[in-house]
Every structure is written in structure tokens, then in C-alpha cells.
Design a protein around this ligand. Structure first.
Ligand SMILES: [Zn+2]
Length: 246
């Protein structure tokens, strides 16, 4: 989520070991005389991160920077695992509930939620695409309403709300008030989704992660913010796998 300074603030006063433990996989830090900036790579074969950095970078600064790339790291981890494609018989998470995809060629093409099932008709080769469109539309409707709700509480308005799947971030807010959210948040339990929405709406007022920002974020979301944040970390990898072809 933008701007990405939250982990650097989090990291102040914490030991190198604590920073390293907060990363989901082992990391190898390699200072190079030729390096001009920090660079992170995920090695699928070893399952470890390789960070190269300029010669004088402290281990602590390198770890804090790596922690700041946590969304990117999680996206790489998710890509290294098989996807959970939208196909007949598969079970996906929708607003935190497990629902089964039921395909019947003679049923209406537009997917429809019915009693714990997502029913979809039409030709089988378009099933995955129709389900993704259905989820994106649902994500946009739901989160547009929530942005409006939180923005009203903050006394501001967003310039626009859109959903997408670009990059590794769950959400972003531009300095011009454009909020962009991952459609995958509709797969998550509502409190997780609402936490990301509240976070981005708070950026309409404060474009940083200052104490004022945090106070507003907490006021907008209400109780349970830390739990929602932790839940996103835990389920994030699966959210990224759902709907991806193998
Ligand atoms: Zn942020």
C-alpha cells in the first residue's frame, strides 16, 4: 500500500533478528562494490530471497528495506505455487466463505450465487472468464460503497475508485485522490477487505503513515484493525492463487 514507509517505521527500535524473523522466507544479503541500489530477487529453487545492495549498506537497513517489499515478496511466493483456476467443481473463497463452482451448460451464462454455490452456464471454455468478470464487478460495487462510506466519515471524497490486479499491492491511493484496489479482496472475509479500504481512504487525508494517519485509519475501521491486518498476511498468498491458471 502506498506510500511504502510503514515497515520502516515499524522497524525502528527492533533488532536485526526480529526484522529477519518478520520475513516469510530466509534471506541472503550480499553487499556488492558495483551495486548502486538495493535489489531483491526470489530464488524459486532454494525458496530464499537474495538481496544485493551497495557496499556500505548496513544489514539492518537492508532488512528494513526488504520488509518494505513484503507485498512483492508474497506475490512472488504465490506465483511459485500452483494456481487454483476457476473451473467446474473447484472451491473458491468468496467474502471469506468457501463456495463451489457449479457449471451447467444449459443454465444462464451470468454467474449467480445460490446457497453456497456459484452457478454458471454457457460454454465451458468461457467459465473462468465469466467468473472473473462477475467477481470484479462485485468487488467494484462493494468497495465503491465502502469507500463512499469511509470517505463520508472522514469528511472527504475520492476522485475515483477502480479495481484491478496489477502489481503486488492490495490497494493504492494517488495524491489526486484516485483509489485503486485489488479485485481479489472480494475473496477475503469482509473485515480484511474493509481494512484495506479504510487504509486507502485514510490516505485521502494523509499521504503518509504518520501517527495522524494511523489514528484516522483506526477511527474509520473501528475495533479489530490489528486482527484484520494479520488475517490479510495469513490469507494473502491464497487470495493471489485463486483464479490463476495452473
Ligand atoms: Zn498505506
Amino acid at each position: 500500500m502506498t506510500p511504502a514507509i510503514s515497515n520502516i517505521m515499524w522497524s525502528s527500535g527492533r533488532s536485526e533478528a526480529a526484522l529477519e524473523a518478520a520475513l516469510p522466507v530466509p534471506i541472503e544479503i550480499r553487499p556488492l562494490r558495483t551495486a548502486k541500489r538495493l535489489r531483491l530477487r526470489f530464488d524459486e529453487a532454494s525458496g530464499a530471497l537474495l538481496l544485493t545492495c551497495p557496499w556500505r549498506t548496513s544489514r539492518r537497513a537492508a532488512l528494513a528495506w526488504a520488509l518494505d517489499q513484503r507485498d512483492w515478496i508474497e506475490a512472488q511466493l504465490a506465483l511459485a505455487e500452483p494456481g487454483e483456476p476457476f473451473e467446474p467443481g473447484a472451491t473458491i473463497s468468496f467474502e471469506g466463505e468457501e463456495i463451489r463452482i457449479v457449471w451447467d451448460a444449459s443454465a444462464p451464462r451470468t454467474p449467480r450465487l445460490d446457497n453456497g454455490e456459484l452457478r454458471v452456464g454457457g460454454p465451458e471454455d468461457g467459465v473462468a472468464r465469466r467468473i472473473e468478470l462477475f467477481l470484479k464487478r462485485h468487488a467494484l460495487d462493494t468497495m465503491s460503497r465502502e469507500v463512499a462510506e469511509f470517505a463520508a466519515a472522514a469528511g472527504v471524497a475520492a476522485a475515483s475508485v477502480s479495481v484491478g490486479d496489477a502489481g503486488s499491492r492490495w490497494g493504492s491511493c494517488s495524491s489526486r485522490g484516485r483509489i485503486r484496489l485489488s479485485w481479489r479482496l472480494i475473496l477475503a472475509p469482509p473485515n480484511v477487505r474493509r481494512y484495506v479500504v479504510a487504509h486507502e481512504v485514510a490516505h485521502l487525508v494523509h499521504l503518509d503513515h504518520s501517527p495522524k494517519f494511523k489514528a484516522l485509519e483506526a477511527r474509520l475501521f473501528g475495533p479489530g484493525l490489528a486482527e484484520a491486518k494479520t488475517a490479510l498476511r495469513r490469507i494473502g498468498p491464497r487470495l493471489r492463487r485463486i483464479g490463476r491458471r495452473r
